[in-house]
Design a protein around this ligand. Sequence first.
Ligand code: ATP
Length: 352
Amino acid sequence: MPDSHLIVESLTKTYPGSTASSVDHVDFNLQKGEMLALLGPSGCGKTTILRMVAGLIAPSSGRILLEGRDIAQLPVYRRNMGMVFQSYALFPHMNVAENVAFGLEMRGVPKAERADRVVRALDLVKLSGYGERRITQLSGGQQQRCAIARSLVIEPDLLLLDEPLSNLDAKLREEMRDEIRDIQARTGVTSIFVTHDQDEALSMADRMAVMSAGRIEQIGTPREVFDRPATEFVAGFIGAGNFFSGTASDGQADIPGFGRLAFSEPVPAGTAVRLLVRPHRIVLGDQGPNHFSGVVEHLVYRGQLLTLTVRVGERTIVADLPTHAGKLPALGETVSLSIAPDDVTLIGEAAS
Ligand code: ATP
């Protein structure tokens, strides 16, 4: 895409001494102002990508084009990147304002302008009036905001965040998600953040790249990735799922030990298919072509949802029901469950 702000092409990193590549021919691009999440299990290569984009480590091969210019071999100080780390990496011997001013000082910005920009950056992260405080006098969330102010004050070409919320407690994490998203939208800074938390990626990113073993399995909007996972890995990593293997015939699949499951995507008869049904798409009652009855074997109350495990034929199905939906099933009860054909997602097919 010619108007992409950032283009990453075939980016690869093989650390010295290892045979496998930690990042293996990764491609993606970012429009100006977009926020991309790199999501995946520990060790899949997220941080390595971020560090290569930042200039902290050199790629083994591949290109990183910022506004059309290849920066892959530029040292970190010649790139204009804002970085926020899990550990915050603030200077403890400096106060808040001095920390935020640091990057401006390094860039030789005159004192009066520096002071001005620090005030604006602190205002942006809701730390006005905290300039004179010592870092040790800030809470975890305030330290994180200070780190964000420090990275934004230089007006970076990219904001790079490595697990920015990992050190915060659950409640603060949720608040900071919204806050980071809000700051990012207000500044319009193109951003990449690394996380292993699917909720964080789903709620914060414009697009997310799901990674496994050094490769991007799928990249798309949170909704595309959640509703239309491209691979079984993505389907299993994001959200819960019921997976079915069967053989297609005329708009449905025959699932051994279970029965027939109608689905909407056209597939030639005889094709071996792998299908996904999200638990929250299953409803109580007999509706449409896909309805099944079975005995409730397990129940977990989760506040807004009740998770049922129901034995149907030789297998079990997991369904999430909203708890406000009238009378809820009990353990041992026989229930009817329905699945709309549109809610059966084809995630794999092979000629058989
Ligand atoms: P985490 O979520 O645990 O931080 P990650 O997805 O960010 O994981 P990376 O830190 O990028 O993963 O690591 C990817 C792979 O590269 C891992 O197998 C890791 O062991 C390896 N690796 C990372 N840094 C080095 C290094 N300096 N030397 C050798 N191997 C490394």
